[in-house]
Design a binder for this molecule. Structure first.
Ligand code: GAP
Length: 573
């Protein structure tokens, strides 16, 4: 439940002179259109006009998301951290659980979600639109003739937009230049804070002005709602002051719909782990330190779902709660921060597009001694970044809360600690473990991988293609008979059968004989298939095939009986 992007305020410092030119970036419209065309992601209930904040995965998207989930499962639970030794010098140990979406309502009281899982909301009285108060980003320009200041000393923005980060706000202003007409946004560059963008704008006389984009502080909105321009009309006087709105979806169990029967759809998978902590300790042979992982759907009634699947109302999480002795917790926090960055890189996200952002002190929950976000430069946040995963040091907050609310002791007796006894054994130590939580979003992961993979090259048979890492690619390989005769289809069928038997668990193996070979390559490039094998006239004489590499387009010959080993190696087997 880490708060997302709550920027610090520097409203009056508009004097930054080192802005960089706005750089070209991938088009989100083009990416979304490819996702639809090739069956990665569809709007949920599309034939009924869609439903805001909900998305379905098509065949390729389903395979890809499954690959991402499997990669997380493999690298976090089955072979945690790729066998790296933890700060205690031992291999990392993790076990899985699979917990219910609906839990006892007291779980959410203990976790703080019923009392505190709220977003401050603002309404535009004119247009009837509602948005998150902390998502109101303002463009502040030093126009040189006295900037208007509100009664609490806050500068009035020239324009506002609804966006979760300053980068995303700048992206909107770039896409809709009419919002600040007759001014023109000319440069944007990240500032020392990830939530603030420095910009320059040119007016109609050609003069350049320096400015900044950042979130309007909620307390400024609270005291001056009528002074701030509406993000929908650009006019002041229509905004209400922020009011709290709980993000949990609810339902009722049983036949009677009353308060006693009210239940909630989980807003995070993490709490299922904390409430089963004692059972896992009592029924398995886990020893401190160890992790418990949980993946599955979570639900949040997001007020402003946006940016494709980035902020949805139903999404999937992959969370690990790593329990350890309080004295070791900082070392484990450092360990998981580093591993999670390495992991995202290992499945294909470019280092240039990833940052690890340590939360400022005022962003931290009261119980946390450290939280950082793995952030990715999505096309809609560029040149800024958006959260992909949070890594939080949660202290013993959750176990302490559940212990208090349930009345059940959740402390741990560690036989390997305490003073040495005369018989050579340890006296033992009882403590409430601390917890490090790497909490990833699988839908944001898929989206980041799609954005990263999307490549435009007008010179290729398919001008758009997807450079997926082989581990993530939904189609692992394709087999083509060059022509539909001379025994080629039979050989292709045999190779396709062998590869499907060996790699079918990891993804699709295609067998495609339709249309020209160039069109077949183009189809596979768009789907992100890394290798295509072609059976041609030479295959019958020397038992070789060609292998074409998606990224370079180059082809080599290879013995047909080496193909399976080749793919196995690329998949890291
Ligand atoms: N247990 C901690 C927790 O849930 P969070 O930062 O609120 O922390 C973890 O969520 C991850 O879940 C985020 O980094 C993001 O990837 C994903 N996530 C959160 N809200 C989301 C939403 N509305 N849509 C899609 N993914 C979301």
């Amino acid at each position: 439940m880490s708060a997302e992007a709550s920027p610090p305020l520097q409203p009056t410092d508009l004097s930054k002179q080192d802005a960089a030119p706005i750089v070209g970036k991938k088009s989100m419209d083009a990416i979304m259109s490819l996702c639809k065309r090739r069956g990665f992601i569809y709007q949920a209930s599309e034939i009924y006009g869609g439903i805001n904040g909900f998305w379905d995965y098509g065949p390729l998207g389903t395979l890809m998301k499954r690959n991402l989930r499997e990669a997380w499962w493999q690298d976090m639970i089955m072979h945690p951290a790729w066998g790296r030794k933890g700060p205690n010098g031992e291999a990392v140990r993790c076990v899985p659980v699979e917990t219910c979406i609906i839990q006892h309502p007291k779980v959410w009281e203990a976790s703080g979600h019923i009392g505190g899982f709220n977003d401050p909301m603002v309404d535009d009285k004119e247009t009837k639109q509602r948005f998150r108060a902390d998502h109101l980003q303002g463009l502040f320009i030093d126009i040189g003739k006295g900037v208007k200041v509100t009664s609490n000393g806050f500068t009035v923005p020239l324009r506002t937009v609804v966006a979760s980060t300053a980068g995303e706000a700048v992206a909107q202003l770039m896409e809709q230049p009419k919002l600040i007409k007759p001014l023109e946004l000319t440069t944007a560059t990240p500032s020392e804070s990830p939530n603030v963008m420095d910009v320059t704008v040119r007016d109609s006389s050609g003069t350049t002005h320096f400015g900044r984009v950042f979130a309007i502080p909620v307390d400024a909105l609270q005291s001056n709602p009528l002074e701030i321009p509406s993000p929908f009309t650009g006019k002041a006087g229509h905004l209400t002051e922020p009011k709290q709105f709980n993000l949990m979806f609810f339902s009722y169990t049983g036949a009677v719909f009353n308060e006693d029967a009210k239940v909630y759809l989980r807003p995070e998978t993490a709490q299922g782990i904390f409430v089963q902590f004692k059972n896992v300790v009592d029924t398995t042979r886990v020893k401190m330190p160890f992790g418990i992982g949980n993946t599955g759907r979570s639900f949040r009634n997001e007020v402003t779902p946006r940016n494709f699947t980035f902020r949805s109302r139903e999404f999937e999480q992959a969370e690990l709660e790593f329990f350890c002795h309080p004295d070791e917790s900082q070392a484990w926090y450092a360990f998981w921060r580093e591993f999670r960055m390495d992991w995202w890189r290992s499945i294909g996200l470019a280092s240039d597009n990833l940052i690890l952002r340590e939360h400022d002190k005022d962003e931290l929950s009261h119980y946390s001694t450290g939280t950082c976000d793995v952030e990715y430069r999505f096309p809609f946040t560029a040149p800024g970044y958006g959260e992909l995963e949070g890594v939080a040091h949660r202290g013993n907050f959750d176990l302490a809360q559940h212990q208090k609310h349930s009345g059940i002791k959740l402390d741990y007796f560690d036989q390997e600690r305490g003073e040495l006894l005369p018989n050579g054994s340890k006296k033992g130590e009882r403590y409430l473990p601390h917890c490090i939580e790497p909490a990833a979003g699988l839908d944001r992961g898929v989206l980041a991988l799609i954005c990263e993979a999307y490549t435009v090259d007008a010179a290729r048979p398919s001008p758009e293609f997807m450079k997926f890492h082989p581990r993530i690619a939904p189609i692992k390989a394709a087999v083509f008979p060059l022509v539909n005769k001379d025994g080629m289809p039979e050989k292709a069928e045999a190779l396709h059968g062998e590869l499907s038997r060996k790699f079918g668990r990891q993804g699709l193996i295609e067998n495609d004989a339709k249309q020209s070979i160039g069109k077949r390559y183009a189809r596979m490039d768009e789907a992100g298939c890394p290798y295509c094998f072609t059976i041609d006239g030479q295959t019958a004489t020397d038992q070789t095939v060609t292998v074409r590499d998606r990224d370079t387009g180059t082809q080599e010959r290879m013995a047909i009986d080496k193909v399976a080993a080749f793919i196995g190696e690329k998949l890291g087997e």
